[in-house]
Design a protein around this ligand. Structure first.
Ligand code: PLP
Length: 433
């Protein structure tokens, strides 16, 4: 029984290279973070060896006394971290990740082909909220359910709640989904609750991106208005990769959410829970209740504001004109540039962010913006001063891209600019997380 280095030098070597990349680059992908050593230790533990289908105290396998203790502790901490009354709210900590958590909710409360409304992916929503294009039902969510996305008001970059209301009245969805992957503002939960009530729909919030901010109460609290709240655990919450589903412990629209959601996760969609992840998640949820965590989340928001301000001072146009949370969306189209080329140029300088659609984009293949997030570098100790410097670095990258674009045809730089937009260079729209 050898350690990794001896047992598999190849994988050991790849991990070493990835560690170095993470260490040396400016990590600005809004959905990523650096989890703690303690979380990593739990995730890399013997918990991975155990099968425990079922819930604490009701397992299909023996030998689960410690796993029961762990999962119960994780559930308790999850409710505490989000300031929830355990008489009124329950949680399932077994979803393997964010997309499976969302799909579990849909299968729990909907019948195949029931109608759903989530924010359109090109306007910041997530694939698993019902994404489809004119040609193709892309996400399983849009294959098995009938999806009518709502969108932003393109003139303000804010969710068009009036249009959502009008459409909901005609479409009569059974479920309305709040939450996004690339939306720099808070959702108007009271308004969405009203719309859901008017049409007899469930209201769910997918707080994947902002769950750390919600736990620290630095953004609005979705639990006050929603029936169900889902999340990933590895973004601003800074835990291991995983998912959670919170549900009201009551009948909503005739559905017992607790029973139907628990059954949808297992045996509906999953088998054995990933106990090593649940271990890491329990550790993360203990961190999430500390004063340091609150300070961290306040810094995430302050750093993002500093970044937004410097970008605007440099003349950039931000979708919605700023940010309330951990990310900004820069619209590069006024410069005659797209996000794909800028992402590539910045990547060469070890500045890691992603190209992203912005409202009004004509082509999903060459999106007009970039998404920049503050959680990861805030974990690395960056302050507002460094985030201002990040804006300057990004500006330099944009200038270099513009420079390349302006070169005379036939020059090396102009060839390079063409290459990074050619079919040889994969320009896929990856607004997926
Ligand atoms: N929901 C939102 C809002 C997301 O941004 C993501 C991101 O990736 C997911 C769900 C899906 O999570 P996962 O990638 O863990 O399936």
């Amino acid at each position: 029984d050898h350690d990794l280095r001896t047992a598999d030098p190849e994988v050991y070597g790849i991990i070493g290279k990835e560690k170095e990349r993470q260490y040396k680059s400016l990590e600005l992908i809004a959905s990523e973070n650096f989890t703690s050593r303690a979380v990593m230790e739990a995730v890399g533990s013997c918990l991975t060896n155990k099968y425990s289908e079922g819930l604490p105290g009701k397992r299909y396998y023996g030998g689960n006394e410690h796993i029961d203790e762990l999962e119960t502790l994780c559930q308790q901490r999850a409710l505490e971290a989000f300031h929830l009354d355990k008489e009124k709210w329950g949680v399932n900590v077994q979803p393997l990740s964010g997309s499976p958590a969302n799909f579990a909710v849909y299968t729990a409360i909907l019948k195949p082909h029931d109608r759903i409304m989530g924010l359109d992916l090109p306007h910041g929503g997530h694939l698993s909220h019902g994404f489809m294009t004119a040609k193709r039902r892309v996400s399983g969510t849009s294959i098995y359910f009938e999806s009518m996305p709502y969108r932003l008001d393109e003139s303000t970059g804010i969710v068009d709640y009036d249009m959502l209301e009008k459409t909901a009245i005609l479409f009569r969805p059974k479920l309305i989904i709040a939450g996004a992957s690339a939306y720099p503002r808070d959702f108007d939960y009271p308004r969405m609750r009203k719309i859901a009530d008017a049409v007899g729909a469930f209201l769910m919030m997918d707080m994947a991106h902002i769950s750390g901010l919600v736990a620290a109460s630095v953004v609005a609290d979705p639990f006050k208005y929603c029936d169900i709240v889902t999340t990933t655990t590895h973004k601003s919450l800074r835990g291991p990769r995983g998912g959670m589903i919170f549900f009201k412990k009551e009948q909503v629209l005739g559905v017992d959410l607790e029973t139907s959601i628990n059954n949808a996760v297992f045996p509906g969609l999953q088998g054995g829970p990933h106990n090593h992840t649940i271990g890491g998640l329990a550790v993360c949820l203990r961190h999430a209740q500390s004063p340091e965590f609150k300070t961290y989340q306040n810094k995430v928001v302050a750093n993002c504001r500093a970044l937004a301000k410097q970008l605007m001072d440099l003349g950039y146009s931000l979708v919605s004109g700023g940010s309330d949370n951990h990310l900004v969306l820069v619209d590069l189209r006024p410069l005659g540039l797209d996000g794909a080329r800028v992402e590539k140029i910045l990547d060469m300088a070890s500045i890691t962010l992603n190209k992203n659609s912005v409202p009004g984009d004509k082509s999903a293949l060459v999106p007009g913006g970039i998404r920049i997030g503050s959680p990861a570098m805030t974990t690395r100790g960056f302050t507002e001063k460094e985030f201002k410097a990040i804006a300057d670095f990004i500006h330099e990258g944009v200038q270099i891209t513009l420079d390349a674009k302006r070169q005379a045809p036939g020059t090396k730089l102009q060839d390079f600019f063409k290459f990074i937009a050619s079919p040889d260079f994969p320009l896929t729209d990856r607004v997926l997380d």
